[in-house]
Design a protein around this ligand. Structure first.
Ligand SMILES: *Cc1c(COP(=O)(O)O)cnc(C)c1O
Length: 402
């Protein structure tokens, strides 16, 4: 019998996305314009937030946000070592010191108890990550920041002056559609960042969004305008505003970046968003539950956390862990599965095990929970076009190989 080919997470593009893209291509407007505005509004409606800004990646959203608050080498920003490089790299670009806080013993998210101990008077922001789509302990993190208000010292002559505590940024690259206390992720932290990269639950090929509400006397519209300016060369008018006959003049107010999202990408996103709950997230959930039932009564496996009375995952990853194995054995399992054409992954190699962070002096030995969760983790294929037979096949083969 020939082996089936099981990819890891191909995108789910239907005729609806293709139709939307063709419409945009025919409209004569390709770069940032009406479709991106519409996509931003739909995301705000979905996440129930005052404002959304779409840019060409989640990383772009994070970088510009950190830029806006003028964080620099005198500041400390707390995050988790259990994440993709985008999160800490964005902090490195500001010059601020990265303070890594270990994750919990039994899920992949930052440990609020250890976070509390890591806050100093230099702490300016906390960036948590909803790994696999499973929300972090939002209430606990908000409370800890609230309790530490007295320590906070904002930099003069910057947006920080409007703050009375470190900002809470949620890297929710994985958790679009996940819920916390029955509310969609997006407005629970001060700022939330979503990724629409090709491998994420909802995709525009490349793309990202920042969602937030007005807070601490900072108007959400002001932040939006400032970030727009930074995202388009610091130019006062975008291409769409200049389109109006006679409106050719513009000024460049600061040295900005070029991070805008195209209307082509936004039209893919609009079609994805219409299908998201019914055709995408629900199918991922059904597969997740199916996998769970394949492994739950087998002592060799540890099922990832995905739901409790406070939160529910967006079912982005199925992060299975194998009992009593080391890194080497885990890698061998992945290799053997690859030989029969089943693609597995590891989310993530802890960022402090990467050369760039090792050179900065970080050591995985200081983060035992991160290492223990990583060493025996295997992410199984999960995508909305996958069927249960494929999932059964993956589970059976994995058990046999182990
Ligand atoms: C994918 C990802 C990002 C970056 O998203 P981009 O849109 O590619 O910039 C950030 N954080 C995490 C945890 C991710 O998985």
């Amino acid at each position: 019998m020939k082996n089936k080919i099981i990819p890891f997470s191909p995108p789910d593009i239907s005729r609806k996305e293709i139709k939307e893209v063709i419409k945009t291509l025919k409209s004569g407007w390709l770069t940032t314009g009406p479709k991106t505005k519409e996509f931003e509004k739909e995301i705000s409606d979905y996440c129930n937030t005052e404002k959304t800004l779409c840019l060409n990646s989640a990383t772009a959203c994070l970088e510009l946000l950190l830029k806006l608050f003028k964080f620099d080498k005198n500041d400390e920003i707390i995050t988790t070592p259990y994440t993709y490089c985008s999160t800490p790299n964005s902090i490195l670009h500001t010059g601020a010191k990265i303070v890594f806080v270990d994750i919990k013993k039994d899920d992949f998210n930052i440990d609020p108890f250890q976070l509390k101990k890591a806050i100093t008077k230099k702490t300016k922001a906390v960036i948590s990550v909803d790994i696999g789509g499973y929300p972090v302990d939002y209430d606990e993190i908000n409370e800890i920041l609230e309790e530490n208000k007295k320590k906070f010292k904002p930099k003069k002559k910057s947006l920080q002056e409007y703050l009375d505590k470190p900002i809470f940024i949620s890297d929710a690259a994985h958790s679009f559609g996940a819920t916390y206390k029955n509310k969609k992720i997006g407005g629970i932290s001060d700022f939330t960042i979503f990724s629409f990269h090709a491998t994420k639950n909802l995709t525009t090929g490349e793309g990202g969004a920042l969602t937030y509400n007005s807070f601490s006397d900072i108007d959400c519209e002001y932040i939006y305008q400032q970030l727009k300016l930074l995202s388009l060369h610091g130019q006062s008018k975008d291409a769409y505003a200049k389109l109006k006959t006679g409106a050719w003049k513009y000024s460049v107010d600061l040295a900005g970046y070029k991070y805008n999202l195209t209307d082509i990408a936004s039209s893919i996103g609009l079609a994805q968003l219409k299908r998201y709950d019914k055709e995408i997230i629900s199918k991922r959930k059904a597969l997740f539950e199916f996998y769970k039932n394949q492994f739950i009564n087998d002592y060799r496996f540890i099922i990832p956390q995905y739901k409790n009375n406070l939160k529910e995952s967006s079912y982005h990853l199925f992060q299975l862990r194998i009992n009593n194995i080391n890194e080497k054995a885990r890698d061998l399992i992945i290799e053997k599965m690859a030989k029969i054409n089943i693609s597995l992954n590891v989310h993530f190699i802890p960022i402090i095990m990467q050369p760039v962070y090792q050179k900065l002096g970080y050591d995985i030995k200081d983060y035992p929970n991160t290492y223990n969760m990583y060493k025996n983790e295997i992410s199984l294929p999960i995508y909305s076009k996958m069927n249960k037979n494929d999932a059964k096949y993956v589970a059976d083969r994995l058990k046999k190989i182990i």
